[in-house]
Design a protein around this ligand. Structure first.
Ligand code: AQP
Length: 327
């Protein structure tokens, strides 16, 4: 079986973008691959975060991973900082990554835009840590949303450069797995921006744990336009993004959806979308509360996950150190 690796940062409320762009695809492909899914807490400290919040978010994210249907028969789930080889490989690869490559990373440019002098060196090196996560386990596929495409490309470049420098296939070159539908869910309040955990406006995203009333309100207020035509149209990102959500959760073709709402207005469409969203999220929420209320079991699962992946991480680091002449 081919290997899959991916992760989410425990930086806040997991939203529909994280779910439809990434996590749901992990669940759908899980029987086909050997899967490693991580809670990337070392990435979460690249921007300021409260210690207690980080600790709690890490457990909440683990409960959500299980609630959406990740099955321990197929997947290893663990916390990044529990396997120290992530940090160790990251330092080594930092020394093999040209700054010119990192200077081109758009996520850093966006996140550092407001205050470039005070953001951390860690935020700058974020993509190298991500490359280390993927390369440690020789992952073939990295299922992510569209915003992570550039980081996976960088991972390939780092691996390729290292392999050719030492003239041996130390690292496996990974490929991003990005779906056509829902690869980039947009903010509900500013549909030209992606939906994100760190957006200060809570109305901009649907969280996986939002209750039906909140979902109804947020969808009701989601920005559209004055044309009132329920059709996919790149010139109208608001309605197109909502239709994309509907397409992702119903699995219907675009033409079928447009036919379904022909002659109907935004109100009808938003009501149907809300209904479908609630039906999708309710069972996930029910399972989430079961998992989060059994903290002992959750800690156990995370410990077992880390123990299960550690040997292959150790082997990769041992090999890299030998090749480089360390240790
Ligand atoms: N809007 C999105 N649409 C589709 N996929 C998305 N992902 C994130 N946002 C969208 C995918 O979710 C996975 C985890 O990414 P993350 O932990 O970086 O989540 P985030 O919401 O992007 O987090 P932040 O902290 O709010 O970061 P910024 O400020 O960058 O948005 C990834 O596979 C990602 O592609």
């Amino acid at each position: 079986k081919k290997r899959t690796f991916s992760g989410v940062q425990p930086t806040g409320n997991i939203h529909l973008g994280n779910y439809l762009g990434a996590i749901r695809n992990w669940v759908e492909g899980q029987a086909q691959y050997e899967n490693i899914f991580c809670i990337v807490d070392l990435h979460a400290i690249t921007l300021p975060i409260d210690a207690r919040e980080l600790h709690e978010n890490t457990r909440k994210l683990a409960a959500l991973y299980l609630a959406v249907g990740l099955d321990l028969e197929h997947c290893k789930l663990f916390v990044q900082s529990h396997v120290q080889e992530h940090a160790e490989l990251s330092w080594i690869l930092n020394c093999f990554t040209p700054m010119g490559w990192l200077n081109r990373m758009t996520q850093f440019k966006t996140k550092a835009a407001d205050d470039p002098d005070s953001v951390s060196n860690g935020l700058y090196s974020y993509p190298v840590l991500m490359a280390s996560d993927i390369l440690l386990y020789h992952a073939h596929y990295v299922p992510v949303g569209d915003d992570q495409r550039q980081h996976v490309e960088l991972t390939r470049d780092i691996a390729q450069r290292f392999n050719s420098l030492y003239k041996q296939p130390v690292f496996t070159l990974p490929q991003a797995q990005i779906r056509d539908v829902a690869a980039r869910i947009m903010s509900l309040s500013e549909p030209t921006k992606k939906m994100s955990k760190s957006d200060p406006d809570p109305q901009s995203r649907i969280n996986l744990l939002d209750d039906p009333k909140v979902i109804k309100k947020k969808i009701g207020r989601a920005q559209t336009d004055s044309e009132r035509l329920v059709k996919f149209d790149p010139q109208r990102p608001g309605i197109t993004s909502l239709l994309g959500i509907y397409q992702a959760i119903t699995g219907k073709e675009q033409a079928v959806i447009e036919a379904e709402f022909e002659g109907k207005g935004y109100g009808d469409f938003k009501a149907t979308l809300t209904e479908q969203l609630v039906a999708t999220l309710e069972p996930i929420q029910k399972r989430y509360y079961e998992y989060i209320n059994d903290m002992g079991e959750l800690e156990n699962i995370l410990k077992q996950g880390a123990d299960a992946v550690r040997p292959s991480a150790q082997e990769t680091v041992r090999n890299v150190k030998t090749v480089v002449g360390l240790g």
